[in-house]
Design a protein around this ligand. Structure first.
Ligand code: 3MF
Ligand code: MG
Ligand code: MG
Length: 347
């Protein structure tokens, strides 16, 4: 048995929010972005996940020199805080040019905007010392199927990936699949789609996936199987651990709080594959409840991390010999009861 992984954790500054939802405004006092970074280390987090405009606000309005200057400032801040930039994601879904999608928009001008902004995101990543760009393909889908040609849309996503790989010889691209929301149906709903794009690309080794628990659940899939699929192809760039209580709005609940057994199995799959041993982060994508009071609310982050670590202990203390006996006897009834009792801490 190799030595146990010491996990490192990450999250994006958007995880510390003021509680706005699609039906109501912010309910907590504003906590400025720049102040969030000072919270990471004291909370036990080493990695920062960025949108491009978290690094460079108003990125569309700045010259390359201004962008470089801002990147240098952020790099210095990260170095001072002892933080690692895990990835940068082009926040395309906010731009007025991407109302009908970015890479898959029907307008050539809008597609050009999306590509240019994405290539700039790669430059931003490199300048802050970060080796990965995440594509959450939020608006690459459709509201009605007839509005776009899906076959052409897939080709366009692939062309974008190839252009990104050509733009920088080292950057990795991690695709974060999600089946729906904000579109009715997304073109890259599962890790299988992302991995197919990776193999079809000009440099499959540099194209991987980022799996969010809730996104797998929204697709009706088991998040641990999605992770296992990526790991079997050596294509799990990172994770967004969280939870989701059935097919509702995108909840980003705390890890393990709605589906404890599913969370146990995600930790188990990650542990068994040695995920984290090469520096991969345990990323969180969790949202504090709107009811939570305070400024700079972070208890959902520390709570999710704590539950993750408890589950690591559960996975490590699980009796594998007994498990093998039950598998050999094909007594899955006994196996299920034993798993449940182990998770619940009863004998
Ligand atoms: C989506 C993501 C992020 C979102 C974040 C804020 C990288 O699941 O992971 O994109 O921006 O959730 O909405
Ligand atoms: Mg989510
Ligand atoms: Mg996510």
């Amino acid at each position: 048995m190799s030595k146990p992984t010491t996990y490192r954790f990450s999250f994006g500054p958007w995880n510390i929010s003021e509680g706005a939802d699609p039906f109501g405004p912010e309910v907590r006092p504003v906590f400025p972005h720049e102040k969030k970074y000072a919270l990471y280390k004291p909370l036990g987090f080493d990695g920062v996940q960025f949108h491009d405009d978290d690094v460079v606000p108003n990125i569309d309005d700045l010259t390359p020199a201004q962008i470089s200057k801002q990147c240098a400032k952020v790099k210095k801040m990260l170095d001072n805080q002892g933080l690692v930039p895990e990835f940068v994601a082009p926040r395309l879904w906010f731009a007025p040019q991407t109302v009908d999608g970015g890479y898959t928009a029907n307008s050539a001008k809008d597609r050009r905007y999306a590509l240019e902004r994405t290539l700039r995101t790669i430059d931003v990543a490199r300048e802050i010392g970060c080796g990965a760009v995440v594509l959450w393909l939020a608006r690459e889908g459709s509201y009605i199927r007839e509005s776009k040609n899906a076959r052409i849309a897939y080709q366009r996503i692939l062309e974008t990936i190839n252009a990104m790989l050509a733009h920088d010889k080292d950057i990795e691209i991690w695709i974060e699949p999600k089946p729906n929301e904000p579109t009715d149906a997304a073109y890259v709903p599962t890790i299988g789609h992302a991995v197919a794009l990776a193999y079809a690309s000009s440099d499959p080794k540099r194209v991987k996936g980022l799996i969010e628990t809730a996104h797998a659940l929204l697709a009706g899939l088991d998040a641990s199987d999605e992770m296992a699929f990526a790991l079997a192809h050596d294509k799990l760039g990172s994770v967004h651990l969280n939870d989701q209580n059935g097919l509702k709005y995108d909840q980003d609940k705390n890890f393990g709080t709605a589906n404890l057994r599913g969370a146990f199995n995600q930790v188990r799959v990650l542990e068994e594959a040695g995920y984290g041993s090469k520096g991969e982060f345990i990323g969180l994508d969790v949202k504090a409840m709107r009811t939570q009071k305070g400024k700079g609310v972070t208890s959902h982050l520390t709570g999710s991390k704590e539950l993750f670590l408890h589950l690591v202990n559960k996975v490590r203390s699980w009796d594998r010999k007994l498990e093998q006996q039950m598998i050999d006897a094909r007594d899955y009834e006994a196996l299920e009861l034993a798993v449940m009792k182990h998770i619940m801490g009863v004998r």
